[in-house]
Design a protein around this ligand. Structure first.
Ligand code: HEC
Ligand code: HEC
Length: 316
């Protein structure tokens, strides 16, 4: 809303600049005349550019859409257990700043530019989800759109949408069983700043993952490279460690993770210990920028699967 107001203010300012330019044309003193016209015209053109980009950003912000799948999740003990594992090993990295999945913090504060505020939502019944259908939660995880059809920016940049249909249902079953805790988080959770909208309009922010409405099936859960590949399809390792895991590159969303070829020199036990303790075999303590705590909560089979996948990458 405040961005629409800013847009109207910019339009008014442009009109004022044009008016000032026309007034300057009537001045007798040539310096005032041409100086005024050039200044007013330059400012008006620059401001028009900014307004056009802001408008493009607002359009982009409202143009994501995907159907709500028609489903009702049957809650079973197995599903809840699997859902808890996925939430602990992945969603918790962002959504458990104030307590188990009770949201809080602001992802926007970790970004190098003030593009807005993006608060991980409280997913317990103390938040908005208790009014959502299972299908609406499914769509939020799969395609980054909230129950009212609004774009969930950070969710759409993550790979949460690659979770299999079964794992997504499991997470929903687990969320449904949580007891209310923590504060209500802002609704909507995203507040783009003017700079954020301009950058969005100019295509300077990463693209949201494309909308996907098909079925995602996971391979059997075993300590194999194949299962590791599935885990890395939804875990965001590549968002930080680079497309081929050879290290992040400037221009991506921060932080930049190092080349993961280093893991080739570690045993599987050393890899698992690094993820569980946050200290690598060289005694190096990992910063909090590396989400080793949620990753380290994955079970032995899953961490072994990730290790197998990494050391068997052709590049390594
Ligand atoms: C990289 C951080 C991150 C990860 C990982 C993440 N989320 Fe989110 N999530 C957010 C942020 C930030 C928001 C606020 C909206 C936005 O910017 O996407 C959000 C919003 C949501 C919403 C919308 C809630 C509302 O009230 O509007 C749901 C549902 C959700 N997340 C579920 C999940 C689940 C389930 C997982 C794990 C499968 C997950 N998220 C993983 C950061 C994350
Ligand atoms: C939010 C960004 C981010 C994500 C997501 C992420 N990492 Fe990292 N990772 C980092 C950063 C930054 C470091 C460097 C930390 C340090 O050296 O203090 C790091 C360090 C590491 C290291 C240690 C390297 C060394 O030299 O000791 C390993 C191994 C690793 N990450 C594996 C993974 C795997 C596997 C995943 C996905 C399951 C993953 N990371 C997801 C940012 C990330």
């Amino acid at each position: 809303m405040q961005n629409i107001v800013a847009l109207i203010a910019m339009a008014a300012l442009i009109a004022f600049l044009v008016w000032s330019g026309v007034r300057a044309l009537r001045a007798r003193n040539p310096l005032v005349k041409w100086g005024g016209v050039v200044l007013a015209a330059t400012l008006a053109v620059a401001l028009s550019g900014v307004s056009a980009l802001t408008a493009a950003g607002i359009v982009k912000q409202h143009s994501r859409s995907a159907p709500v799948p028609d489903l009702e999740v049957e809650v079973t003990p197995e599903r809840i257990a699997r859902g808890r594992a996925v939430a602990d090993g992945f969603c918790a990295g962002c959504h458990s700043k104030s307590g188990v999945l009770s949201g809080g913090g602001d992802v926007g504060k970790d970004l190098p530019l003030p593009i807005g505020s993006f608060v991980p939502a409280n997913l317990t019944p103390a938040g908005a989800l208790k009014h959502w259908s299972d299908g609406e939660i499914f769509r939020a995880i799969r395609n980054g759109i909230d129950a009212r059809g609004r774009w969930l920016a950070i969710m759409s940049f993550t790979n949460a949408g690659r979770l299999s249909d079964d794992d997504t249902r499991a997470v929903i079953a687990y969320i449904r069983g949580l007891s209310p805790s923590g504060e209500q988080t802002p609704d909507p959770p995203d507040r783009f700043s003017l700079l954020g909208l301009v950058m969005l309009g100019a295509g300077m922010l990463p693209d949201a993952k494309p909308v996907f409405t098909g079925v995602v099936i996971a391979p059997p859960k075993e300590p194999t490279a194949r299962y590791g590949r599935y885990l890395l399809s939804y875990q965001d390792c590549r968002e930080c460690h680079g497309k081929d895991l050879s290290g992040g590159v400037p221009g991506q969303l921060p932080p930049l993770g190092p080349d993961l070829a280093i893991v080739k020199d570690w045993s599987q036990a050393q890899f698992v210990a690094t993820m569980r303790t946050g200290v690598d075999p060289n005694g190096h303590r990992l910063t909090e920028q590396m989400p080793w705590q949620p990753i380290g909560r994955m079970d032995d089979d899953e961490l072994a699967a990730i290790y197998q996948y990494l050391v068997n990458l052709p590049r390594f």
